[in-house]
Design a protein around this ligand. Structure first.
Ligand SMILES: [Zn+2]
Length: 220
């Protein structure tokens, strides 16, 4: 069994009444939702169980669990909100990682693919000239291209964008849920959502190991 802190921060997928993925939460929060009857835990048969039913089944060997005063309790990998049938939030947060994901960790000027630590965010219309930090004006670029472009527009620098940047159509919950480390129990809830195939591809090809950085703040 792992330490209490790491067990409690295990990621749990939250689905709505229609079994659509809406959120990712921690085991700590999942247990609160379960205990207060806001959510039920789903096992591999997708039958919702309340806290008492869930806690009455002992964990199998190797199954993620939590040591409590009443013994070991399994950590659910998926919980279902009992009274919630809305869809996931549709706006993707503009962040460094989400831009890298959208651009598949590929420099939008020279098409070179790199790991996060070798990539920059580039403002197409430079910030120094009023270029906004938006999905339409920020792209992933390698350090070389970023340096070469400097405070110029692509046209002025004689550089060409691979494609016109735009807001991605996948939802934020999906962007996070598709990490290759995701539990297999999440699969059925992810594969049918918009943009799923695209994200899966992106994550599969990306090096995101150095990807716990701050938001948009490093270019020019
Ligand atoms: Zn480049």
């Amino acid at each position: 069994m792992r330490t209490l802190r790491s067990a409690l921060s295990t990621q749990v997928l939250v689905v709505n009444r229609c079994l659509q993925a809406v959120h990712i939460t921690s085991a700590r929060r999942a247990f609160v939702l379960l205990y207060t009857e806001v959510a039920k835990a789903l096992d591999d048969t997708w039958i919702g169980q309340d806290f008492r039913a869930w806690a009455s089944v002992a964990p199998k060997p190797g199954e993620a669990s939590l040591g409590t005063s009443r013994g070991l309790i399994r950590i659910p990998r998926v919980i279902q909100l009992i009274d919630y049938d809305r869809m996931p939030r549709a706006t993707v947060r503009l962040s460094r990682r989400n831009i890298f994901l959208r651009d598949a960790y590929t420099c939008q000027y020279c098409a070179k693919r790199s790991s996060a630590r070798d990539l920059n965010l580039d403002h197409v219309m430079p910030r120094s000239r009023g270029g906004p930090t938006t999905w339409e004006n920020v792209v992933c670029s390698c350090r070389v291209c970023n340096l070469e472009k400097g405070g110029r527009t692509p046209a002025e620098a004689g550089m060409k964008l691979l494609r016109r940047p735009a807001r991605p159509r996948w939802s934020p919950v999906l962007a996070l849920a598709f990490t290759p480390a995701r539990p297999k129990e999440w699969e059925p809830f992810l594969s049918t959502l918009p943009g799923a195939r695209e994200l899966e591809q992106l994550w599969a090809n990306s090096d995101h190991s150095a990807d716990h950085e701050h938001e948009c703040d490093d270019d020019e």
